[in-house]
Design a protein. Structure first.
Length: 169
């Protein structure tokens, strides 16, 4: 016992607690600095949990708007990925987004809010454009507030998007 206290006092003993069953999921995401107009955006993250990830979502909005909307992310082998509608050229200068995950024990976690600027093609070096035409044509966006009404914010490309209002759920 004396040796234990000596090691602690000397700063040589680092105690760490093992993962508990009620720990929230962990999200590892590299923020995307920019995208291009009129193209659906694919965002991915590694989401892990001590048990099982129940849901993973991308919450997004035009920078400065009051309400977020979200799309579900799907497990794609190594990571969870989701596709948000493309920002319309001339309508969006930046998109604010964050990722949220909930495990099967109902423990939530989320990332910081990130800002992705919308830049012309050629200026944004590595835009996260969705390359899968099937995913790009089947985006399902959910409202988070009744004030969003029954349609997607006009700042985003409407084609291939199904919008689900709060009252529709």
């Amino acid at each position: 016992m004396t040796r234990f206290w000596f090691l602690m006092a000397a700063g040589l003993l680092a105690l760490s607690s093992p993962a508990r069953a009620d720990d929230p999921p962990a999200i590892d995401h590299q923020p995307v600095p920019c995208t291009v107009p009129d193209k659906p955006v694919s965002l991915c993250a590694t989401v892990s949990d001590d048990k099982q990830v129940a849901t993973a979502r991308i919450y997004f909005r035009r920078a400065g708007e009051d309400f977020y909307q979200f799309v579900d992310m799907a497990f794609a082998g190594l990571s969870h990925c989701g596709t948000i509608p493309g920002p319309r050229e001339g309508k969006v200068r930046a998109i604010e987004y964050y990722l949220q995950a909930v495990d099967d024990e109902f423990q939530p976690t989320r990332t910081s809010t990130f800002k992705m600027s919308v830049q012309p093609v050629g200026v944004c070096e590595f835009p996260p454009v969705e390359k899968d035409a099937q995913k790009a044509g089947a985006i399902r966006v959910f409202a988070t507030n009744r004030k969003q009404g029954g349609k997607l914010d006009s700042a985003f490309v409407q084609g291939g998007v199904t919008f689900v209002g709060v009252q529709s759920r």
